[in-house]
Design a binder for this molecule. Structure first.
Ligand code: GLA
Length: 427
């Protein structure tokens, strides 16, 4: 069962509250960003360096992270990571928009070297991390890594965290060619979260390398209220597990946060479980639909080397991905939720609306709304594209579907024909 980290015994063990002075962790104020990127970034608070460039994550990041598939197990290796990069190309996932190949926890040895440098685990990564990053880059993809804003990472094995080592770890990552950092929250010594995440933000900026910065403090300090100019995305919840109730629980926590998401600063309801075996394909289609409606990062969390055709079909649904990656960057809002029948609406850059009819219940449900209720203008007719069936239908405004238990029907709706206002005057 999914539990919020604060209530998880393992998590309680991992978070040590100590007394490291926040004064040791003050931000540098330096910036290596070009002037154009600086001016495009959200305004900084007085006395602070400006934010990271938003254009690095103008749409939610897409890629892979090993955690949901391997956790710390020995099958998390260089061979696996390179295999995933290969499959991004061989299976067309790169063309679908997947770009980042990211390592999670357990890539390092438990101790730093005599110079305080992080040391890749030679069993998992016998050629080091730079060699893997180079391989990923050679495929035209980007490479990500993980550490914690604490003295140690979250694994019980206790790998080194970056607290107090931010500048040198950031330089090491940049030197390896890292394009994305997931920065976790374990063993944080009770130091103020915003301060810890700012320190690494500025350390990353000081390297001069553009690095997507993913804040992973599980929503504990309401990062949606302070992190828009700190990171490109922030986790909003505890860890996802590969089961229906966990997915649902996270969905319900992330939906109300819609006003806080936008280009360059996204809510992160955690990585995808699609293909890991704990849900049905119908449930995985709902998971993928709902994450896309919520403009979530789409980080594949299953081992693609053994994935089924159905898993690939879900992850490669370009019509659904287009919702996630829509340039307007608006997270879906809840139009209606009654007895487990949900209607979500996402405004899209070209004026279309995406409507997800989601059935949380264990029996088939008819879910209905209308084009105008979804925010479309009055029109003679509307085109409804079913993004899983890949079929079109036309209506005069009704939007409805018989949705199977735990299923989601997603329509992309366009106004067609004459609209009473602009349409007629233009003809
Ligand atoms: C935390 C994070 C997870 C994962 C693990 C690794 O629990 O929330 O996403 O990175 O740590 O130990």
């Amino acid at each position: 069962m999914h539990l919020h980290p604060r209530t998880t015994p393992r998590r309680r063990r991992r978070i040590l509250v100590g007394a490291v002075s926040a004064a040791l962790l003050c931000t540098s104020g330096a910036t290596a960003l070009p002037a154009a990127a600086r001016s495009a970034a959200p305004a900084a608070r007085p006395g602070e360096a400006p934010a990271l460039p938003g254009d690095l994550a103008a749409t939610p990041p897409m890629g892979f992270n090993n955690w949901n598939s391997t956790h710390c197990r020995p099958d998390f290796t260089e061979e696996m990571v390179k295999g995933i990069a290969d499959l991004f190309l061989d299976k067309g996932l790169k063309d679908a928009g997947y770009q980042y190949v990211n390592l999670d926890d357990c890539w390092a040895l438990p101790e730093r070297d005599a110079d305080g440098q992080l040391v890749p685990d030679p069993q998992r990564f016998p050629h080091g991390i730079k060699a893997v990053a180079d391989y990923v880059h050679s495929k035209g993809l980007k490479f990500g890594i993980y550490t914690s804003a604490g003295t140690k990472t979250c694994s019980d094995i206790g790998f080194p965290g970056a607290l107090g080592h931010e500048a040198s770890d950031a330089r090491q990552f940049a030197g390896w060619g890292v394009d994305y950092l997931k920065y976790d929250n374990c063993n944080n010594q009770g130091v103020d979260a915003r301060q810890r995440y700012l320190t690494m933000r500025d350390a990353l900026k000081a390297t001069g390398r553009p690095i997507v910065y993913s804040i992973c403090e599980w929503g504990e300090n309401k990062p949606w209220e302070w992190a828009a100019d700190v990171g490109h995305l922030w986790r909003t919840t505890g860890d996802i597990s590969d089961n229906w109730s966990s997915m649902l629980d996270i969905l319900k926590q992330n939906l109300p946060l819609a006003p806080h998401a936008g280009p360059g600063h996204w809510n992160d309801p955690d990585m995808l479980e699609v293909g890991n075996g704990g849900m049905t394909d119908t449930e995985y289609r709902s998971h993928f639909s709902l994450w896309s409606m919520m403009s979530a990062p789409l980080l594949i969390g299953s081992d693609l080397r053994t994935a089924t055709a159905a898993t690939y079909e879900i992850l490669d649904n370009k019509d659904v991905i287009a919702l996630d990656q829509d340039a307007l960057g608006k997270q879906a809002t809840v139009l209606e939720s009654t007895d487990g029948r949900w209607t979500l609406v996402k405004e899209l850059a070209n004026g279309d609306r995406a409507v997800a009819l989601f059935n949380e219940t264990d029996t088939a449900q008819k879910i209905t709304t209308s084009a105008t209720a979804a925010g479309l203008p009055q029109a003679d007719r509307y085109r409804l594209r079913d993004l899983w069936q890949h079929t079109d239908q036309h209506t005069t405004g009704a939007v409805a579907a018989d949705v199977p238990p735990h299923g989601t029907v997603v329509y992309r709706i366009s106004a067609e024909g004459k609209t009473p206002g602009a349409g007629r005057s233009g003809s």
